[in-house]
Design a protein around this ligand. Structure first.
Ligand code: SAH
Length: 253
């Protein structure tokens, strides 16, 4: 498997790309790639194409690559799944970002709810966001994604609900005893669904008021993951897995 890198539009000129900075160090010093080796490159704004790039010239701080072939990306899911995850305690948000990126999430919204314990100062949030985005980037490279999932600023549940424009909104609720995703799939036209929002609560769960609001304002389904109570950082990953499985996204076509 060729190593994957992401570039910005300005790093590409005609058939050539340039890699510098941290990516250069990674490529040249850690991976010890050499002239003639091939890498796969995704352009941040061009989600559908993968470039097969031959490294043609190593300089002091950068390497020039030549695009030899452009292929359709085969690793992105057809679904566009966003996960609103109540920010968990400790560093568990990092786990959620890393694992959901591996699985194919498109966007992660760190979320604030009534019972969310973690509250960050603005300064801390900026630092945390940088770290979270770095984790998304690293996981995207490692898992051969065609895009880097977006990690947004921390948002309130209410704001997420009010602005929501998805084909399907799923609120995972430990008190839900009947509805699960397998059931929901029988009620919806799968082919009409591409934009999905998953909402996962904090350690203390959602308040009744929050659940009602999501159902009323966003037409959310309340969804169960079974009789065992999962930790918040487990719940989102499992929710994502069940959806991908039902949509046939955990296999080759
Ligand atoms: N005591 C809390 C449990 C919270 S678990 C409560 O009563 O709600 C943290 C989050 O993980 C929940 O808000 C929910 O989004 C999700 N979750 C955990 N286990 C779940 C289950 N069995 N079904 C659905 N969602 C679950």
């Amino acid at each position: 498997m060729n190593h994957r890198f992401f570039i910005k539009a300005e790093q590409k000129k005609d058939n050539y790309i340039i890699i510098k900075g941290k990516d250069y160090q990674h490529l040249a010093l850690s991976l010890r790639l050499q002239q003639g080796d091939t890498i796969v490159v995704s352009e941040e704004n061009n989600k559908l194409a993968d470039y097969l790039v031959e490294l043609v010239e190593f300089k002091d701080e950068e390497v020039i690559g030549e695009i030899k072939k452009i292929e359709k990306n085969k690793t992105e899911t057809a679904l566009d799944i966003t996960m609103a995850q109540a920010v968990p305690k400790n560093r568990n948000m990092e786990f959620v970002i890393q694992k959901s990126t591996e699985l194919g999430i498109k966007k992660i919204i760190p979320m604030l709810t009534e019972r969310t314990i973690v509250r960050l100062s603005q300064k801390k949030e900026i630092k945390r966001l940088q770290r979270w985005r770095r984790i998304a980037l690293e996981a995207a490279k490692q898992s051969q994604r065609g895009i880097i999932p977006a990690v947004t600023k921390i948002q309130n549940l209410e704001k997420i609900i009010i602005n929501s424009d998805y084909d399907l909104v799923l609120l995972y609720w430990a008190a839900e005893k009947q509805n699960n995703f397998k059931k929901i799939v029988t009620e919806i036209e799968k082919k009409d669904i591409s934009q999905i929002l998953i909402i996962v609560g904090p350690e203390g769960g959602f308040s009744k008021k929050e659940v009602k609001m999501a159902v009323k304002k966003a037409g959310a389904y309340t969804v169960s993951l079974g009789p065992r109570i999962l930790r918040t950082e487990t719940a989102g990953i499992i929710a994502l897995t069940t959806i991908l499985y039902e949509f046939g996204e955990l296999s080759f076509e």
